[in-house]
Ligand binder design. Structure first.
Ligand SMILES: NC(=O)C1=CN([C@@H]2O[C@H](COP(=O)(O)OP(=O)(O)OC[C@H]3O[C@@H](n4cnc5c(N)ncnc54)[C@H](OP(=O)(O)O)[C@@H]3O)[C@@H](O)[C@H]2O)C=CC1
Ligand SMILES: O=C1O[C@H](COP(=O)(O)O)[C@@H](O)[C@H](O)[C@H]1O
Length: 513
């Protein structure tokens, strides 16, 4: 990694405080931040360098996964942080910023490599990029990179417009579009697990896989983000970006040696092969839901329409489930089911791969059937991989019974790096593997656009679901149509306990990575 200046737009904001400073601190402690390092924080607030540094220290203390061992290391970390008051619309402010960046480069003997991190609302992405160009901030001899937060557009057209504007200042290889799900350690491992394990590789196709289920359920409701969320819904907030990225990362087939370009090219192949939807067919493939009042983890909670700031007649989606078909030789005929929603029973992001039943079972009575093999990737809040296989229950008439093999990837959950830590480290190194390429973003919007249109025209019924449930009835019906059901609509822990207590032994393998 080469030393660089980190120019942070939105340095006084929530994301910077909760994610960016803790991530940088962890990289610093792990010796993964090239020295010398200069960070210039920007915002309209009249903060001094001292006030900025003390706010950063506080953010690290509050949100870092590592408690700072001593004040000295924290002080050393923030000593190269400076604050510059800047209003995004004021061209003069960028000239002032350029002077400060150059002055710090000179003082620290830094090469003029500059990373511009846009942790501000999307309405500011275009003006910042053009002001970087006009002020000369982006014309140094070293490298320049633009790290950009979500949302990347509101629909297909606005995403294309934004990309055209950004590309007047930054080349595609200089743009790092953050999708924080791509920074999650288990997601980063998905391709490698398949690449490096012939057992998994051999099974990764329609020959053996019956269906794939990708779930991101949340217990939280709309929180304080009513103004944002009521115009966005689950489809734009989670589905178009995070969920489709999970689909690409699951369905990808990678050669043994894969460059960043190769990974992104293969992901593009996946999303390109997803059978397009026509607006009039959305109703048959997509379920749209909104939470009603209910109870989450034992506490009564309000329905979406009674949340502060939500229009009482809002038809916004807080849940979406969809069936996708990938029309390539690997996956033809394998349904991929995706669902995500707010105010559901549990906080869990998980991918379940259900394998086909052996042919011999066709003649076996339903009570004697073995459960299907499942491969389960737990992405968050805890991570892990579980394989469900069948064994014989010798105490119980020799019946088949499912047992679970757990792969514990970490001794302690605190050792798992945060998504932002991985992504910021990668951006500083110039590794774009786990950032969304424009082709993927455009193809994702293209696939989602008929859903947006169908929702807008109310062609898909809005089904309510009780807060604290697994979503509307239509979501179960979507799988039932194909003879499947969502796996693990009980806590996996509970499932394991049931298996242990009712059915005896449990096999557990521990692998340190
Ligand atoms: N918070 C989160 O968990 C997540 C946020 N994001 C995305 O990150 C981005 C930032 O979100 P978040 O931190 O929550 O937002 P906040 O509202 O907390 O912060 C906004 C930041 O923008 C700055 N800002 C606003 N207007 C101007 C202006 N005219 N000139 C200069 N600076 C300005 C503010 O500084 P000041 O007030 O000092 O001017 C502040 O630092 C958004 O795109 C959001 O979608 C993405 C994922 C999660
Ligand atoms: O991007 C977003 O993600 C969060 C969920 O992220 P996770 O890492 O906690 O799974 C979601 O709550 C938020 O609405 C969305 O904007």
């Amino acid at each position: 990694m080469e030393p660089a200046t980190f120019v942070l737009f939105g340095a006084t904001g929530d994301l910077a405080k909760r994610k960016i400073y803790p991530a940088l601190y962890n990289l610093f402690v792990d010796g993964k931040l090239a020295q010398p390092f200069s960070l210039i924080g920007l915002g309209r607030r009249e903060w001094s360098d001292e006030l900025f540094q003390s706010n950063v220290e506080q953010a690290v203390r509050q949100f870092s996964r590592r408690t700072p061992s001593d004040d000295a290391s924290l002080r050393q970390f923030v000593s190269n942080f400076r604050f510059c008051v800047l209003d995004i619309g004021q061209q003069d402010d960028y000239r002032k910023l350029l002077k400060l960046v150059e002055q710090r480069e000179e003082e620290l003997g830094l090469p003029d490599n500059r990373l511009f991190y846009l942790s501000v609302g999307p309405e500011f992405f275009e003006p910042i990029a053009s002001n970087i160009q006009e002020s000369g901030l982006g014309s140094a001899r070293g490298w320049k990179r633009l790290v950009i937060e979500k949302p990347f557009g509101h629909d297909l057209q606005s995403a294309r417009d934004l990309n055209r504007k950004l590309s007047e200042t930054f080349a595609e290889e200089e743009i790092f579009r953050i999708d924080h799900y791509l920074g999650k350690p288990m997601v980063q491992k998905l391709g490698a697990l398949q690449q490096a394990n012939p057992v998994i590789q051999a099974l990764w196709s329609n020959r053996y896989v019956a269906n794939v289920q990708i779930t991101a359920s949340e217990t939280v409701g709309v929180e304080e983000r009513a103004g944002y969320y009521d115009h966005i819904g689950a489809v734009r907030d989670m589905f178009q970006n995070h969920m489709l990225q999970l689909l690409m990362m699951t369905a990808i087939h990678l050669p043994h040696e894969s460059s960043s370009e190769k990974v992104r090219f293969k992901k593009k192949n996946v999303i390109e092969a997803v059978q397009p939807l026509q607006k009039q067919d959305v109703r048959a493939q997509v379920v749209r839901g909104q939470y009603a009042e209910g109870s989450v983890q034992g506490k009564p909670v309000a329905g979406y329409l009674s949340e502060p700031g939500i229009a009482p007649d809002s038809r916004n989606d807080t849940f979406i489930a969809a069936r996708l078909l990938i029309e390539d030789s690997y996956w033809r005929g394998v349904p991929f089911y995706i669902r995500t929603g707010k105010r559901m029973k549990e906080k869990s992001t998980r991918i379940v791969v259900e394998f086909k039943e052996p042919l011999a079972q066709a003649t076996v009575s339903s009570e004697d059937r073995a459960a299907p093999n499942l491969l389960i990737f737990e992405i968050g809040p805890n991570e892990g991989i579980t394989l469900q296989i069948n064994s014989k229950d010798l105490e119980n008439k020799g019946e088949f019974r499912p047992v679970h093999i757990d792969l514990d990837l970490h001794d302690r959950q605190e050792d798992v790096p945060e998504a932002y830590e991985n992504l910021i480290g990668d951006a500083l190194r110039g590794d774009a593997t786990f950032f969304a390429h424009w082709d993927e973003v455009e193809l994702s919007w293209q696939w989602v656009q008929p859903i947006l249109d169908a929702f807008e025209e109310n062609l898909v019924p809005l089904q309510t679901y009780a807060a604290g449930s697994y979503g509307p009835a239509g979501s179960d019906a979507l799988l039932a149509e194909d003879g499947y059901h969502w796996w693990f609509d009980v806590e996996p822990e509970q499932l394991k306990q049931e298996n242990q207590t009712q059915k005896g032994e449990q096999y557990a393998y521990h692998a340190n990575n």
